[in-house]
Design a protein around this ligand. Sequence first.
Ligand SMILES: [Zn+2]
Length: 103
Amino acid sequence: MKKLYVSEDWFSIQQVAQLLDANRIPYMVKNEFSLGAVGELSPFDAIPEVWLIDDDWYNRAKSLVDDLRHMSVDEEPWCCANCREENEPSFEICWSCGQVKRL
Ligand SMILES: [Zn+2]
């Protein structure tokens, strides 16, 4: 098991997961199921992590993730004015609280 990617941004976690799926690289997402599992825990306390099940895939997976991040380098993620959550540049409203994008 090797940690590949950590982000508070679920959208980018999903992108990485889809990328690994597409390349048939076995992985698991940790902390995914802690979300909403316990009432008093804020979902924002759980930072999702993508782990590779087989370390041999690491170099391949890392370069895929680097490519993915490089592709979206022209636009910066924005921070929600209401809840401070980071959002992908393509989002017009905050994924977390629904606040309209305001920079
Ligand atoms: Zn927000």
